[in-house]
Design a protein around this ligand. Structure first.
Ligand code: SAM
Ligand code: SF4
Length: 332
């Protein structure tokens, strides 16, 4: 069975979105994302760029219309622009996007636009250089800010900032971050930290700062108007009266979004993850390597995988993590 035009799981959810991690490596070490002594996957175990494109194209043939390239830091993978260029040429693909920490954007923003990337997400959790360095364990904020400038100059529309908010770490910056988004004509989403992998650095339950608390902090200065707008992901959006900027909330703990889930993830090793917070997966690297010239088996494996997509995550900040894979491996 091939060329089916839609992927639907056991719960009737249509999967039309895949996030593809092109590497688990990164030039930063964000405290919520990975442990300090992180060990990366040997390069020999990664999908090749050609295999990534082949799997992406197979998903599009089966009805997926949105691909987000992520990681790790996707722009640190050598020759990654090829992936954007080749996926960007697939007619039926409606949206090709990227999540990045921004540090490499001064080099790549123009090439990404030329490859057909229109929207882009850039992660920045603090505007304060010392704090930014502490949260990223080694980051230089001037590089991420230069990346944001490069993205604006290249004409990405919209550009969305992502900020993971941690209590007593950066929760007092939500107004400043929104002010920065407003001043630069950007959207922004605030993310509740998810318990993926052991990070050692802080207690995730202690660091929990809910989307509702952020919203109430923002309401002290802004009139926040709820909207039903969606960008095809898990963010719930608000508008600020009189402004273009949208403020989103990704709230896995306080507003579970699993019943609307329309996405799956591909790790850099070619493991198709059916849920961010569960281990149900299919090894697509094995399938593409066993069938180098024929996509039938790949299509069949993807269609069959929909049957094991779980109902949702079971995140519990108070419990020991049950998912040992970190976000840089998962492909956030
Ligand atoms: N390196 C790129 C970046 O930082 O944007 C792309 C990969 S990163 C894993 C994707 C997103 O996941 C980022 O916005 C990051 O802040 C977020 N993230 C990482 N670990 C997280 C966690 N444990 N909980 C919630 N969000 C997390
Ligand atoms: Fe790197 Fe992104 Fe993880 Fe930060 S969140 S360590 S930038 S992959």
């Amino acid at each position: 069975m091939t060329q089916q035009t839609s992927l639907v799981d056991r719960f009737g959810r249509r999967v039309d979105y895949i996030r593809i991690s092109v590497t688990d490596r990164c030039d930063l070490r964000c405290v919520y994302c990975m442990s300090e002594d992180v060990r990366f996957v040997p390069r020999s175990q990664l999908l090749t760029l050609e295999e990534i494109v082949r799997i992406g194209a197979a998903f599009v043939a089966l009805g997926v219309r949105k691909i987000r390239i992520t990681g790790g830091e996707p722009l640190t993978r050598k020759n990654v622009i090829q992936v954007f260029e080749q996926l960007g040429r697939i007619d039926q693909l409606r949206e090709l996007t990227l999540t990045t920490n921004g540090t490499q954007l001064p080099h790549y923003a123009g090439a990404l636009r030329s490859a057909g990337v229109k929207r882009i997400n850039i992660s920045i959790d603090s505007l304060q250089p010392t704090r930014f360095r502490a949260i990223t364990r080694n980051g230089d904020i001037t590089k991420t800010l230069a990346g944001i400038d490069a993205a604006i100059a290249a004409g990405f529309e919209p550009i969305k900032l992502n900020a993971v908010i941690l209590k007593n770490r950066n929760h007092d910056e939500v107004l400043d971050l929104v002010g920065f988004a407003l001043a630069n004509g950007l959207d922004i989403s605030f993310i509740e930290e998810m318990p993926l992998g052991i990070i050692g650095e802080h207690d995730r339950a202690d660091a929990y700062y809910s989307s509702d608390r952020i919203l109430s902090d923002l309401r002290e200065r802004y009139e926040m108007i709820p909207t039903t707008e969606t960008t095809g992901g898990p963010s719930r959006y608000y508008r600020i009266a009189g402004q273009q900027t949208r403020v989103g909330f990704i709230s896995p703990h306080s507003h579970n979004f699993c019943d609307q889930c329309n996405r799956v993830r591909l790790t850099a090793e070619g493991r198709l993850l059916l849920c961010l917070g569960q281990e149900h997966s299919v090894d697509l690297r094995r399938v593409v390597r066993a069938n180098p010239t024929d996509d039938h088996a790949l299509h069949d494996a993807i269609i069959a995988a929909m049957q094991i997509k779980p109902k949702g995550h079971d995140f519990d900040l108070e419990a020991q993590p049950v998912i040992f894979r970190h976000m840089n491996t998962t492909g956030g």
